[in-house]
Design a protein. Structure first.
Lengths: 494, 103
């Protein structure tokens, strides 16, 4: 379902992205952030909002938040503080969420990402601020809602973009590359299946021709999307709705909508009886925080290479093409494996080829991740060297690889165990060929009568006799030599 | 400065407080008085004072990122009106209602 969008229309999309920071403990208490523990086992008076309890800020959460900000080219504010955002809902026991409004952690950045192999786009980042997550609600039977506060208080970075995205697919590309960035710099593991990245999107459509409404359609807020696919599909649907509205001269109303994954449509949230009023005020339980410029500088210097920087470096340093470099940085451990293999003597092109075909094929088939593989980069290189030196054929390597992956054994040992060995010994091959020629005198006389095609048949016999282990090129060469000799011998007889 | 009945109604809704007519009237009077009292602050000339975000001027107060288990699951669940398999049980929330309030 793709909306046909008239040229004079411009789609504007802005995002608010919540990312769970990679800390061991919650933002304001020492409870674990572990996912999947039994309900309400990681709770304490602070995250349950027991009166009299006091929050104490997790230094690591601030540090990871700063890393987020720096990775997005933001300025880290020299001083930040927290506000209370008041609302009553069962997922938040204390009746307010601690967030940042006036003086957030970082502001004014940008992020450049690839929309296609040759096209990049830059999105401005308005701000990055810290806040705590809410608990999880499960909708049980018999009109009950079940509450688990394990997630309540988990540190989040909220990343707010300017409305610089212009299509559903572009928004998806942005989010995918943002995920890779946050993983690479270690700010978050961004485990999508654990809801570590959730996204609100604001979308509207402008008519840039002179007779269109000046500001286009009113903004729709799509809340709480937790998959890239969900974001893309919800936006496609919503953009179509806005375009159709503009075409009939309607500008819609400002509203919040939800994406119904099963029905594949967005649905209006119930009409609000009153507008949001979070009655923000400075959090009295937390003093302001000074972010020492020396600390910020040090984090900036220590920060890992971003995927974009690495992609460029891989191309320059190893001569791989842009597509290959893009695949290698899409998961950070793939790039690490590649670089380690090359540094232990692998040819960059060969290693990259293997990683992208056989290795990834195996991982996909087995549904495991690269780090779960017991094969080391050095072992992969050793296997490629067996091919290069002619000890095994490329075909044998493909047979050898899955066994290596399963067992983690060294390739030369495993090749021996599996009887995979190319016969490259000339004398041995000549012996086999002599035998084949003796067993097939008819084929030989056909050849002598000028039927060149029987060479193929004889080659097949040689390969069969060696159980496919003859080096094909060498076998072919020796076979032709033997046949030529036979021809000359016959000539002499005549 | 006065806090009218409309304001009281709105604030009580936001605070999820149910007030009867008598209470609303009293609240309106009390809140008006409180705000008038505080309004005296506005008479002070602050043109040469830089904004203050927090009354307490302390150095950064941190916690290191180390887990400590409060081990109070059974204790807190015991305080709840209703629980089920370790969950707190609350009246059903309407789909979509959450997102109106939470973002
Ligand atoms: Zn806690």
């Amino acid at each position: 379902m793709t909306a046909r969008i008239p040229e004079e229309y411009q789609v504007k999309i802005g995002l608010e992205i919540h990312v769970a920071l990679a800390t061991e403990t919650k933002m304001f208490c020492s409870c674990s952030t572990a996912f999947g523990d039994p309900p309400n086992t990681n709770v304490c008076p602070v995250c349950l909002g027991v009166p009299g309890s006091l929050p104490v800020l997790n230094r690591r959460a601030v540090e990871l938040g700063m890393i987020c900000g720096l990775a997005l080219d933001c300025e880290v504010n020299p001083q930040m503080h927290f506000e209370r955002k008041n609302y009553h809902y069962p997922d938040l026991a204390k009746g307010y969420q601690i967030s940042q409004l006036v003086a957030p952690l970082a502001e004014g950045g940008h992020f450049t990402f690839g929309v296609s192999e040759s096209q990049e786009r830059t999105v401005r980042i308005r701000r990055v601020h810290l806040e705590e997550d809410a608990g999880k609600l499960l909708h049980g039977h018999r009109q009950q809602t079940l509450v688990d506060f394990n997630r309540c208080g988990v540190p989040l970075a909220e990343i707010v973009t300017e409305p610089d995205l212009h299509s559903a697919s572009e928004t998806r590309a942005f989010l995918e590359e943002l995920r890779a960035l946050l993983r690479a710099v270690g700010a978050s593991e961004v485990r999508m299946e654990e809801g570590e990245l959730r996204c609100d999107t604001n979308v509207n459509v402008l008519d840039q021709s002179t007779d269109g409404p000046k500001d286009g359609t009113e903004i729709t807020e799509l809340k709480n999307l937790n998959s890239f696919r969900g974001v893309e599909h919800a936006l496609l649907w919503e953009i179509k709705r806005h375009v159709e509205a503009l075409q009939r001269g309607d500008t819609l109303t400002h509203e919040t909508r939800h994406w119904d994954e099963d029905a594949g449509v967005t649905i209006s949230a119930r009409a609000k009886e009153e507008a949001h009023d979070y009655r923000y005020f400075p959090e009295p339980d937390l003093p302001a925080v000074s972010l020492d410029p020396g600390w910020v500088d040090r984090l900036g210097e220590e920060m890992s290479e971003t995927p974009r920087q690495r992609r460029r470096r891989l191309q320059q340093q190893y001569g791989v093409d842009d597509y290959t470099a893009g695949v290698l940085v899409s998961e950070d451990d793939l790039g690490d494996f590649f670089e380690e293999a090359v540094s232990s003597g692998g040819d960059p092109g060969e290693v990259a080829n293997w990683l992208m075909s056989e290795v990834q094929g195996y991982l996909n088939a087995e549904e495991i991740a690269l780090h779960e593989l017991s094969v080391t980069p050095q072992q992969l290189v050793a296997m490629l060297q067996l091919v290069d030196s002619g000890k095994i054929s490329g075909k044998m390597a493909k047979e050898l690889w899955p066994r290596m992956a399963e067992t983690g054994k060294d390739p030369d040992q495993l090749a021996q165990e599996m009887g995979l060995q190319q016969i490259s010994d000339e004398e041995q091959l000549q012996g086999v060929i002599r035998q084949v020629l003796q067993e097939h005198p008819d084929a030989v006389s056909d050849y002598l009568a000028g039927k060149d095609r029987v060479v193929g048949f004889l080659m097949g016999q040689v390969m069969q006799k060696t159980q496919g282990q003859a080096t094909p090129q060498l076998a072919n060469e020796k076979l032709r030599e033997a046949l030529t000799e036979a021809k000359e011998g016959k000539g002499e007889e005549d | 400065m006065s806090v009218g009945m409309d304001d009281v109604e709105r604030i009580s809704q936001l605070a999820k407080l149910r007030l009867d007519a008598e209470e609303k009237k009293k609240m309106s009077q009390d809140l008006t008085e409180i705000l008038e009292y505080f309004a005296q602050v506005e008479e002070v000339d602050t043109s040469s004072v830089s904004p203050m975000f927090h009354p307490v001027d302390t150095d950064n107060v941190w916690r290191e990122d180390a887990v400590s288990d409060a081990e109070m699951t059974s204790e807190v669940l015991r305080e709840a009106p209703q629980t089920s398999d370790g969950f707190f049980v609350v009246p059903q929330t309407v789909t979509g209602a959450k997102e109106e309030q939470d973002e």
